[in-house]
Design a protein around this ligand. Structure first.
Ligand SMILES: Cc1cc2nc3c(=O)[nH]c(=O)nc-3n(C[C@H](O)[C@H](O)[C@H](O)COP(=O)(O)OP(=O)(O)OC[C@H]3O[C@@H](n4cnc5c(N)ncnc54)[C@H](O)[C@@H]3O)c2cc1C
Length: 582
């Protein structure tokens, strides 16, 4: 886990600088490296730790593209819109099939139900027609496996029995959907492959300045977020701004007036444990504000979300607030009253900011970027700078290939083309090595060692969340964190004091971001200046003055949250139905 000092790259020139290693930037770096470009990929925090790790983890197949929430007759009045949406659905279906075919180990199929109520804006026949159309558009490789469930016939579909207004239900649709088994791991896969092909990839490395010195001449200021005195300038012929919800902030570092690109949309989720009979089953419908809402299975847990609220703060500060949690509880209990979910059932929660494309003419001034739209800032006096707002997760290879083609139209690669590999890394199967977490036996201590050696985690949170996915277990790996830290200590060079600091930083990370709804989002002023990596005072955002831990409002808020957690105990409410009652 030793990092190459940033100073080693000082003054070097790369073909392409990719700012931001979410799923889009990482895929772009991978496809650019394959096209022969010399790439530098930097992320201010860990790879995949932005929106890519905060999604609802659904592999969409395009059903929503066909729903305008309007009578069908309106579609006929707007045939161009309809054709565009069909193209999007076809594109999504094709990429979905490719991701499932090439990386099935990153996905989990589950059963999703979509109920149809008498007062819904769509009829069962419309749903059937939409699903048939999507399958016709998507080709034969991976059609959506769906069927209709008659109202009241809930014997094999227990979750539907928990729905509201049973007397108003016209029936439901049952679909086999795919869920990412933690999408940030796909980001790591892309980064691994980009590095194999020679790309320089650095996490915890913030781009703090962009200076254009003419066509194909960019100078980029980089700062090591874990060691802020390590700052260097490198050069690139083309810059890709793929910083998700931070895109406008990155543009500001170029010190030139440029058009706004992003309208951030916050989404929050709450997680709880349902009785075993609901495992592997989810439901999708609309919240009372008209937005889609899901109750989805996640390993042995379930979650409800997302909220949809405009977000204009720093996306690094996004939290699930108590207001978000109350809203989600209220919607969950309205939609699925039979589940009777209570605040004390919430095991953890998460929120993220969707980097919607800014469009002042659109509702909430932002729209989702289903086709990788990009902005070439050459028209604004900044040649060879492009901003690329993120796309849904299943389109990450689409965006990577498309952006690599666009870059190839602007500059020539300095190296030979290589072959991209979508295969995922296989870990050594050391069956003598014990599982890190008994409830998730797939990941063994030997796997953590392998990840620590090969995949650049800088701290325990990088390792357990983005590399191993163990942060997302019921206790967020807090019980096994020490074992994990000790397993990689020799590789990381951690002595006992460093292990302690890592454990504290990990605990704080979990409390700060996930463990219990916050009173409100912290401002830069409130934010503790504590590095996730080593517990010392370092602020990656360079926004907060250094203050001792605990001497801050957010620190007090976290103390309150820790108390709530400790009072509640780690397992959440024990529900009578956990023991098999109907
Ligand atoms: C609540 C929610 C639910 C969603 N649900 C789904 C879903 O179910 N299915 C689906 O397909 N999609 C879903 N999405 C959308 C999907 O997650 C995003 O579109 C996608 O992850 C965006 O990826 P990205 O790479 O553009 O951005 P990000 O993943 O946010 O990556 C941007 C990166 O840029 C880095 N960065 C910022 N500033 C700098 C800087 N100065 N220097 C260097 N790096 C910097 C950040 O640290 C970050 O890692 C959801 C999104 C949200 C928020």
């Amino acid at each position: 886990m030793k990092r190459t000092p940033l100073s080693e790259f000082a003054g070097r020139t790369f073909d392409v600088m990719v700012v931001g290693a979410g799923v889009s930037g990482a895929s772009a770096a991978q496809h650019l490296a394959a096209a022969g470009f010399a790439v530098f990929l930097a992320d201010a925090e860990d790879y995949g730790s932005g929106a890519s790790s905060r999604s609802s983890r659904l592999m969409h197949f395009g059903l929503r593209y066909l729903d305008r929430g309007e009578p069908v007759i309106n579609y006929l009045k707007n045939p161009l819109w309809f054709i565009k949406q069909c193209r999007r659905a076809r594109n999504t279906m094709r990429h979905r099939a490719e991701v499932v075919r090439t990386t099935p180990e990153r996905l989990k199929p589950f059963t999703m139900y979509i109920p149809v109520f008498k007062d819904d804006h769509f009829r069962p026949w419309q749903m059937s027609a939409a699903l048939r159309l999507i399958n016709a558009l998507g080709g034969s490789e991976l059609p959506v496996d769906w069927s209709r469930v008659a109202a009241g016939d809930w014997s094999s579909t227990p979750l539907l029995g928990q729905l509201r207004d049973q007397d108003r239900l016209k029936g439901a649709f049952s679909l086999v959907e795919y869920q990412y088994d933690w999408p940030e791991r796909m980001v790591i896969d892309c980064v691994n492959d980009a590095r194999r092909m020679g790309a320089v990839c650095r996490n915890h490395t913030r781009v703090t300045g962009l200076a254009n010195q003419g066509p194909e001449k960019w100078s980029i200021l980089l700062c090591d977020a874990l060691n802020p005195s390590d700052q260097v300038e490198i050069n690139a012929r083309q810059v890709l701004n793929m910083a998700g919800a931070w895109i406008d902030r990155v543009l500001q570092t170029a010190n030139r007036p440029v058009s706004r690109q992003i309208a951030g949309m916050k989404g929050a989720h709450i997680v709880f444990r349902l009785p075993e009979r609901f495992r592997g089953h989810g439901v999708a419908h609309f919240a009372r504000n008209g937005y889609p809402i899901y109750c989805l299975p996640w390993r042995d847990l379930h979650f409800v979300g997302p909220t949809e609220t405009e977000f204009s703060g720093d996306p690094a500060h996004v939290r699930v607030t108590r207001e978000d949690a109350a809203y989600l509880l209220s919607e969950a209990n309205h939609f699925l009253p039979g589940l009777d979910i209570k605040a004390e059932d919430i095991l953890f929660c998460w929120a993220g900011v969707r980097p919607n494309h800014y469009d002042p003419g659109y509702k909430y001034s932002g729209k989702k970027n289903f086709l990788p739209e990009y902005r070439d800032h050459g028209t604004e006096g900044l040649p060879n700078l492009m901003s690329v707002p993120g796309v849904p997760l299943m389109l990450h290879r689409f965006v990577g290939r498309r952006i690599a083609r666009e870059v190839a139209r602007r500059i020539t690669p300095s190296g030979p083309a290589q072959t991209v590999s979508y295969g995922t890394r296989r870990f050594e199967q050391d069956t003598n090595s014990p599982p890190v977490n008994a409830s998730y036996p797939e990941i063994r201590l030997s796997h953590l060692e392998d990840m620590a050696r090969e995949e650049q985690p800088a701290c325990l949170a990088d390792l357990l969340f983005r590399r191993a996915g163990l942060g997302w277990t019921g206790d967020m790996s807090r019980a096994s964190a020490r074992r994990a830290a000790e397993a990689v200590a020799a590789i990381a060079g951690w002595d006992e004091a460093a292990i302690e600091a890592q454990l504290q930083a990990f605990d704080r990370h979990v409390l700060e971001h996930f463990l219990a709804p916050a009173q409100e989002e912290p401002t830069s002023e409130d934010r503790p200046a504590t590095s996730r990596a080593n517990g010392t005072v370092v602020d990656a955002g360079a926004t907060a003055p250094a203050r001792p831990v605990g001497d801050d409002r957010e620190g007090q808020e976290m103390g309150r949250r820790a108390q709530v957690r400790d009072e509640r105990g780690r397992g959440g409410r024990t529900r009578p139905s956990d023991h098999g009652d109907a």
